[in-house]
Design a protein around this ligand. Structure first.
Ligand SMILES: Nc1ncnc2c1ncn2[C@@H]1O[C@H](COP(=O)(O)OP(=O)(O)OP(=O)(O)O)[C@@H](O)[C@H]1O
Ligand SMILES: N[C@@H](CCO)C(=O)O
Length: 313
């Protein structure tokens, strides 16, 4: 019998509006379910039980790329067989690629007796993000691995700060269109005006302070992005309506989740989060665009591991 573990890898919201590439949070749902089995013989094999037709070559699948980076640091690298039931649609803006990379390395670390720290795991998993979007960034990976809300102060060298915050409800709408992170990064301007930068760093600092002080009003005031959102929101039909109507309904604020097309809104009360879900549904029904919505909250656990027994043929 081979040794296996099952993990639930969470969706994540990167950027948290003003914190492009530096802030992110993990959600309770949706999540991917992955089963990793240790093999005696070297090599990585990948299987998907979902509908997304993702590549199964380890170098092209983000989970495979993350595992390959980990194996490079082992003296006697074993092999792995990975089975993924992907429930976070790729290109959703909900950290689909990060869930696969983070889930794979957390599972592998567990099977190997935990030789690596969480920071090591983030470092390995960022190789998956490089495959998905062409760049290493950790604002989905870090919250997926650590849980909760994380600040990535630096990626070279890695400096990850876990943030606490007050209870928050998160409403997400995922219009069923695909925005590839690589494309959504390509359209960004490479230079920023000083006056925009000043506004943005005021908001990032305000958001972090608001979370730590559990000050809902400060959190709400700071959920403003004057640099990325004006460019990317054009790719998302219904964005302006969802945002303005959610604020009117009492949400603290929100914006594009990761690189989109999903939109998230934060609320202090569950009843407000439910009202926001209803208005999101109304906006996309009117537009005739298929969508999924979730009312959820922040997962402070990150990737969840549970032992399983898998009988190999
Ligand atoms: N195991 C995998 N899971 C998800 N995407 C994968 C996987 N392997 C390769 N990919 C590729 O990665 C890309 C999806 O990643 P992308 O970063 O664009 O979306 P996302 O993770 O949903 O978005 P975001 O990072 O903004 O939250 C697709 O091109 C997909 O084919
Ligand atoms: N910070 C990244 C997250 C994408 O997953 C971006 O917005 O491009």
């Amino acid at each position: 019998m081979s040794k296996s573990v099952q993990v639930h890898a969470p969706a994540t919201v990167a950027n948290l509006v003003c914190g492009f590439d530096v802030l992110g949070m993990a959600l309770h749902r949706p999540d991917d379910v992955m089963t990793l089995t240790l093999k005696e013989e070297p090599g990585i094999t990948i299987e998907h039980t979902d509908i997304y037709q993702l590549p199964t070559e380890p170098e092209k699948n983000v989970a495979g790329a993350a595992l390959l980076a980990m194996l490079e640091e082992l003296d006697h690298p074993p092999g792995f067989h990975l089975v993924t039931d992907k429930r976070i649609k790729p290109g959703s803006g909900l950290g689909s690629s990060a869930a696969s990379s983070a889930g794979a390395v957390v599972a592998a670390n567990e099977l190997l007796g935990k030789p690596f720290s969480n920071e090591d795991l983030v470092r390995f998993a960022m190789n998956g993000e490089k495959v998905a979007s062409g760049v290493k960034h950790a604002d989905n990976i870090a919250p997926a691995i650590y849980g909760g809300i994380t600040l990535i102060r630096s990626i070279f060298p890695l400096d990850i700060v876990q943030l606490s915050g007050p209870p928050l409800f998160v409403t997400v709408v995922h219009p069923q269109i695909e925005v590839r992170t690589a494309d959504a990064r390509q359209i960004l301007r490479k230079e920023v005006q000083l006056k925009s930068a000043i506004k943005q760093w005021g908001n990032i600092a305000g958001l972090v302070a608001g979370l730590l002080k559990q000050d809902y009003a400060l959190i709400g005031r700071s959920l403003e992005d004057v640099i990325i959102e004006p460019v990317r929101s054009i790719l998302i039909p219904g964005f302006d309506d969802v945002k303005s109507q959610s604020r009117e309904a009492g949400a603290l604020g929100g914006g594009i989740s990761g690189s989109g097309p999903s939109i998230f809104m934060l609320s202090e009360k569950e009843s407000t989060a439910n009202a926001v879900e209803q208005l999101m549904q109304d906006v996309y029904t009117k537009l005739g665009i298929d969508f999924k919505t979730y009312v959820t909250s922040i997962s402070y656990e990150g990737v969840r591991v549970s032992p399983v027994t898998v009988h190999q043929p």
